[in-house]
Ligand binder design. Structure first.
Ligand code: GLC
Length: 416
C-alpha cells in the first residue's frame, strides 16, 4: 500500500504555532508518571484495582480549561484520549476500562473537552497511544509492565481493536483536526498495521493531520529538545515540526516535583525558541485527578496570557527569519512573511541600545511591541566619527534604560 500522497492543508497548524498538550488519566491519582504501571511492573488487574474506583473528577470544568488555553494564545490542543495504560477518556464500546464506566466519573470526558475547546475556536487534537498495556494481545517487550514475566501472545486481534477505537474517535466527536499517536516503538510496529490505519483515517477525516504514525506522519515531533536550526530536508528547506515540552517536570500531574517547575520567563523563552526555528510548541499541562489545573499551572497560563496579549503577534503566523539577518547576542528573531515584519526577542535587556547586523537600510520603523512606542534608529554613517562602533550594514536601535516589565521584551521591525 502506498502512503497517502495528497498533502493535507497545514496552514492552521503552522500559523498557530502554539498548542496545549494534556496528559490526563488514572495515573493523575498517583502523580509519579503516566508510566507508573510500567515502573511498578503492575498487571492490568492490579492497576485497575488500585485506581479505577477512585477516579473522581469533581472539579472538572473543561470550559475553564479552554478559556485558559485560548487566553494563553494557544490555537489548538491535544488530549490523551488513551495513554499506554489503556484507560479511555471516552465512551467506548471496545473496553469497559473507560471514564464512562468508572463509578465516580461516569462521563464522556473527551466529549466535554472537545466541545469546550471547539467552542473557544481551538482546533481539536486527540492523542491515542499505539501500545496498550491493558490488552492480552499486546506483545510483551522491554517496554511493557510485564517485561519480567514474558509469555507468547497471539497479537492478531490487536490491529482490528485499535482500528475500531480510532474509528470511534473519528466518528463520534465531529471534525478532528489532528490525531497524535505515540509509542511507535520499532519492536511492536508490526501489530498495529500503520498503513491500514492511515488509509482509514484519511478516508474518514480528510484534511486531518497525523503525527507519530510510522511512515505516515505529517510533521516531525521532537520532545524535550529544540532542534537548533529547525528540522530541514536535504536541500535545507524547513519541514513542519512541533516540539512537545513540559513546564511542570513531567507529562502527567506531578505529585511532589517542585524542582523541575519552569518559571513563566522560561516558558515564554521556550515558546519563542520554537517559533524562531520554524516550529510549534505543544506545551504540556497535567490536570489533577479532580479535573483542574493546580495553582502553579494556572499561574503559568495566566502569565502566558499576559505576555501573549501584548506580544502574540510575534509568535502567531511567524517563522524563521531570513538567513541574512544574524541574531544579536541574547536575542532571537521571528518573522512574519505576510506582514514582512521582523521581531527581535530580547532574553536580556541591553544597555541603552542594540546593534543589528545587516539590517542597515532595511527597516522603515521600529517599536517596542508591548507599548507600541517608537524606537529611534541609527544607520551606519562613514562620515560620523562618533559612530565608529557601527560597521557597514549595522542598524542601531536605541532603547530605554529601564527594561520593560515583561518576561521577554519584543521589538517589532517593519521591513522595507
Ligand atoms: C514520552 C513519554 C510519554 C509521553 C510522550 C509525549 O514519549 O514516554 O509518556 O506521552 O513523551 O510526547
Amino acid at each position: 500500500m502506498k502512503p497517502n500522497t495528497t498533502k493535507p492543508d497545514m496552514r492552521w497548524f503552522e500559523e498557530g504555532r502554539f498548542g496545549l498538550f494534556m496528559h490526563w488519566g488514572l495515573y493523575a491519582l498517583n502523580g509519579e508518571s503516566e508510566w507508573l504501571m510500567y515502573n511498578s511492573e503492575m498487571t492490568p488487574e492490579e492497576y485497575r484495582e488500585r485506581f479505577f474506583d477512585y477516579f473522581e473528577p469533581d472539579l472538572f470544568d473543561p470550559k475553564e480549561w479552554a478559556r485558559l488555553a485560548k487566553d494563553a494564545g494557544m490555537k489548538y490542543f491535544v488530549i490523551t484520549a488513551k495513554h499506554h495504560d489503556g484507560f479511555c477518556l471516552w465512551d467506548t464500546k471496545t473496553t469497559d476500562f473507560n471514564a464512562m464506566k468508572a463509578p465516580l466519573c461516569r462521563r464522556d470526558l473527551l466529549k466535554d473537552i472537545i466541545e469546550a475547546f471547539r467552542a473557544e475556536g481551538l482546533k481539536v487534537g486527540v492523542y491515542c497511544t499505539l501500545p496498550d498495556w491493558s490488552r492480552p494481545d499486546m506483545p510483551i517487550t522491554d517496554r511493557h509492565p510485564l517485561r519480567n514475566r514474558p509469555e507468547e501472545r497471539d497479537c492478531s486481534t490487536f490491529a482490528p481493536f485499535l482500528r475500531e477505537q480510532v474509528r470511534e474517535l473519528l466518528t463520534n466527536y465531529g471534525k478532528i483536526d489532528l490525531i497524535w499517536f505515540d509509542g511507535n516503538y520499532l519492536e511492536t510496529q508490526h501489530v498495529w498495521d500503520a498503513p491500514g490505519l492511515n488509509e482509514m483515517i484519511r478516508k474518514m477525516q480528510p484534511g486531518i493531520l497525523i503525527n507519530r504514525l510510522p511512515g505516515f506522519s505529517d510533521f516531525h515531533s521532537p520532545e524535550w529538545t529544540i532542534p537548533k536550526d529547525g528540522i530541514r530536508d536535504e536541500d535545507g528547506n524547513l519541514l513542519p515540526w512541533e516540539g512537545c515540552q513540559v513546564f511542570n517536570g513531567g507529562w502527567c500531574y506531578p505529585r511532589y516535583d517542585r524542582q523541575h517547575r519552569k518559571t513563566a520567563k522560561q516558558v515564554v523563552e521556550m515558546l519563542i525558541r520554537h517559533a524562531s526555528r520554524g516550529g510549534n510548541l505543544l506545551l504540556n499541562a497535567g490536570p489533577t485527578s479532580r479535573g483542574c489545573f493546580d495553582e502553579y499551572e494556572t499561574e503559568i497560563f495566566r502569565a502566558l496570557s499576559r505576555w501573549m496579549k501584548w506580544n502574540g503577534r510575534s509568535i502567531t503566523g511567524c517563522t524563521v527569519a531570513p538567513a541574512d539577518f544574524p541574531e544579536p547576542e541574547n536575542g532571537l528573531y521571528t518573522y512574519n512573511p505576510k506582514t514582512n515584519r521582523l521581531y527581535l526577542h530580547l532574553f536580556s535587556w541591553p544597555d541603552h541600545r542594540v546593534i543589528l547586523p545587516n539590517l542597515g537600510g532595511k527597516v522603515k520603523f521600529a517599536q517596542l511591541l508591548e507599548t507600541g512606542c517608537e524606537l529611534m534608529l541609527t544607520e551606519y554613517d562613514p562620515t560620523n566619527v562618533h559612530r565608529t562602533r557601527l560597521q557597514e550594514g549595522d542598524l542601531l536601535v536605541k532603547l530605554p534604560i529601564e527594561s520593560p516589565k515583561t518576561e521577554v521584551p519584543v521589538i517589532e521591525l517593519f521591513l522595507k
